[in-house]
Design a protein around this ligand. Structure first.
Ligand code: PMP
Length: 294
């Protein structure tokens, strides 16, 4: 098997040698940010949008990324080239870097930058037709005035607790509510519902990451002439929806066939979900930054 090369603070190292300090505050405190990005046939999909979100997250937590956007893009492209990767997943991580055992970020002189590229297979292709069994969880989404979910931070414990609860019942994704009982998002995906031909997604201020796939789906809805409303809704609205689907970089567009034991629609991916997936898969090769000409 070919060697896997990882970018680590300006060097390209093998997976076995890709090690960070135990004093890194990303490790000690979850202090840092990340992006999950896809490359499709040599095209880094929505590259600009991912870099915008990374640099906005950094600005929000006063994290100084030691690379300019151009340097970050070049490091990403070079990692892809060194791994001969044409389609796969890219993980950018910027942690606060090594400091002392106190939590003060001023004691961390330099952020660490890590770029990993890998093959990706999250769901088998038939899951896009059958949909996923899903549940709602008792774990509430982090409230935006404590830790804003718009920051794509390394602190994913809120989401991991959701994953633990959904693993317990064998669910493929889970729905998080906010403290007022409004639907926010999944453990690692945004959520949409379809009712009588209208597509709904919760506004991010309720407590959701502003997903790049979410925004792409909103654009596709408008191109297809679907009515899309960003408005709060509850679990009841999810239970009685004609279709429920999740969006995310890794998952793309995937239906829920069941939520908390209530069958959704016909119990398989519905026509709007499948149409949006089809249109989404048409743009993934086009919209972004081309590392390789395919
Ligand atoms: N919400 C959360 C909590 C996520 O971690 C992600 C990313 N996997 C998403 C939504 C979807 O965002 P994107 O479409 O940008 O991948």
């Amino acid at each position: 098997m070919a060697e896997q090369w990882i970018y680590l603070d300006g060097e390209y190292v093998t997976k076995e040698n890709a090690k960070v300090s135990v004093y890194d505050h990303g490790f000690l405190y979850g202090d840092g940010i990340f992006e999950g990005i896809r490359i499709y046939n040599g095209n880094i999909f929505k590259c600009k949008e991912h870099l915008d979100r990374l640099y906005d997250s950094a600005h929000s937590i006063q994290l100084n990324i030691p690379l300019s956007r151009e340097e970050m893009l070049e490091a990403m492209a070079e990692t892809i080239r060194r791994n001969d990767m044409h389609s796969g997943y890219i993980r950018l991580v910027v942690s606060r870097g090594p400091g002392n055992l106190g939590l003060d970020p001023l004691r961390c002189p330099k952020a660490s930058v890590i770029i990993i590229v890998e093959e990706l297979s999250i769901y088998p292709e038939e899951a896009y037709l059958t949909g996923l069994k899903t549940i709602s969880v008792s774990q509430r989404r982090n409230i935006p005035d404590a830790l804003n979910p718009k920051i794509k931070s390394l602190n994913y414990l809120n989401n991991i607790l959701v994953k633990i609860q959904s693993n317990y019942v064998g669910a493929g994704e889970a729905i998080m509510l906010n403290s007022q009982g409004y639907v926010t998002e999944g453990s690692a995906d945004n959520i949409f519902i379809v009712k009588n031909g209208t597509v709904f997604t919760p506004p991010c201020y309720l407590g959701a990451l502003e997903g790049i796939t979410r925004n792409a789906i909103i654009d596709i809805c408008s191109e297809l002439g679907y009515t899309l409303k960003e408005q709060p809704f509850t679990l009841h609205d999810v239970y009685v929806a004609d279709e429920v689907f999740f969006t995310g970089t890794a998952a793309e567009v995937i239906a829920a066939n069941e939520v908390d034991g209530r069958m959704i629609g016909t119990g398989a991916a519905g026509p709007v979900t499948l149409k949006l997936l089809e249109e989404f898969r048409k743009i993934v090769n086009l919209d972004g930054y081309k590392v390789w000409e395919s």
